[in-house]
Design a protein around this ligand. Structure first.
Ligand SMILES: C[S@@+](CC[C@H](N)C(=O)[O-])C[C@H]1O[C@@H](n2cnc3c(N)ncnc32)[C@H](O)[C@@H]1O
Length: 408
């Protein structure tokens, strides 16, 4: 790969976190041409100009980012949102409305989908939500503010919902209703460079960051997740995309020289995200150390694994077990919550989160975690057998119920 293209790829990575691989060099060169009409060397000279350089780099980033999105993408995930619980969390934080941040919102369909679901959930009352939607791309945000979409953007929507919330314009485009528009604010924000929460914003009850981490390298993913967690208030919820949580396994498969797995149906997610190869060893070794009471060694091994795969739910789970065992309830709460951000269906992590909350003396949070565990403990879940060899899920469910009864 030519040095000029390598230098441009590095500029893009530093500015937006996006990794352009060596085998994408010719696409990068074409993107440079489309963005600025120049060759790579000329682009690099231009990029050094304090003003014109920023514009040129911004245009290039628009070219290399994937802005694919549509209404109700990963609909099951969105429909599982408990708006009542979010409102309860907001109220406990002293706020009358639920603060939502849709990070990397592209052309706005995701933010309007969230507005729509909240409106339906609270109908006929006006929904107590304030939605901030951000993206690095100003042109994408302009389209989001316009709120006009082609048929392709709405094709996953049930016709009833679509017709309630979008009007058909004369040119056949779908136009977002004023009611939804009034709930969403759009502004530019770079997840990698800008303050989190965005300048002037308070923390949020609900943050969505879907289908963007997949383009970042592991250290950037880790940094972005840590900062997004810091943007949550109280028991706030962070929702990542299914593709993002899979990228750990995709990278693992690629580095093992295997063919990347086909995109799974949602139910296959967890089996595909099973640790493989070297990482599997690291996790097994960490578990062995934990069994032998060598907690420090276990934590070092897990930290190594998480440096490579910041979206490995199993690793956060094991870290939580070790912390809980060592009496660090607050640390364990944090680790189990991480496991659940990455995989909201990880029932055993929800159960252990309840135990950690109990150990930290937070009965209400413990109750919520046991309820979540009961909702997601599925007998055919293979991971549970593997992580805790003797675990009986019926026992765990019974333990959740007993703890809930005790807390009542
Ligand atoms: C594939 S879209 C995802 C849109 C939406 N979240 C969804 O799931 O349908 C990825 C978006 O991430 C944005 N993006 C890429 N790098 C970013 C960064 N560093 N900060 C903020 N947004 C970024 C891109 O501009 C693009 O609009």
């Amino acid at each position: 790969v030519r040095p000029a293209l390598q230098a441009i790829a590095e500029l893009v990575r530093r500015e937006a976190g996006i990794v352009v691989r060596d085998n994408q060099a010719s696409s990068l060169e074409a993107a440079v041409r489309r963005a600025t009409g120049s060759d790579p060397q000329t682009f690099l000279r231009l990029a050094q100009d304090p003003l014109a350089g920023r514009t040129a780099l911004g245009r290039l980033i628009d070219e290399v980012t994937v802005q694919e999105t549509y209404f109700l993408r990963e609909r099951v995930q969105l429909e599982e949102i408990s708006w009542r619980r979010l409102l309860q969390g907001a109220t406990e934080s002293g706020s009358a409305s639920i603060r939502v941040w849709v990070a990397a919102c592209a052309t706005g369909e995701e933010a309007y989908s969230v507005a729509l679901l909240a409106t339906e959930a609270f109908a006929p009352a006006p929904p107590p939500v304030d939605i901030l939607a951000t993206d690095i791309s100003e042109p994408a945000l302009e389209r989001a503010r316009r709120g006009r979409y082609r048929a392709r953007s709405v094709q996953q929507m049930p016709a009833g919902l679509r017709d309630r919330w979008l009007e058909r314009a004369d040119d056949g485009e779908y136009v977002v209703s004023d009611r939804l528009r009034g709930l969403v604010r759009f502004r530019q924000h770079n997840l990698v460079q800008d303050p989190v929460p965005p300048l002037g914003e308070e923390r949020f009850d609900f943050v969505l960051c879907r289908n963007v981490l997949i383009y970042f390298d592991p250290p950037t993913v880790e940094r972005v997740i840590v900062s997004l967690e810091g943007a949550l208030r109280g028991e706030g919820t962070l929702l990542l995309g299914a593709a993002d949580t899979l990228c750990g396994s995709a990278m693992r498969l690629a580095s093992a020289g295997a063919r990347p797995a086909p995109k799974p149906a949602p139910d296959d997610r967890r089996t595909l995200r099973r640790p493989l190869g070297r990482e599997d060893d690291l996790l097994e070794r960490a578990l062995r150390c934990a069994d032998l009471g060598r907690r420090e060694d276990a934590l070092v091994l897990v930290a190594r694994l998480l440096r490579e795969q910041p979206l490995n739910a199993d690793a956060y789970f094991v870290r939580g077990l070790v912390e809980l065992d060592g009496g660090d309830a607050a640390g364990a709460v944090h680790s189990f919550r991480r496991a659940l951000y990455v995989d909201p269906q990880f029932g055993l992590a929800a159960f252990k989160l309840g135990v950690a909350h109990d150990a930290a003396g937070d009965r209400d949070a413990a109750r919520r975690a046991y309820e979540q565990a009961l909702r997601s403990l599925v007998p055919e879940e293979g991971r549970h057998d593997r992580i805790l060899a003797q675990v009986d899920l019926g026992d765990i469910a019974a333990a959740c119920r007993a703890r809930l009864a005790g807390a009542a």
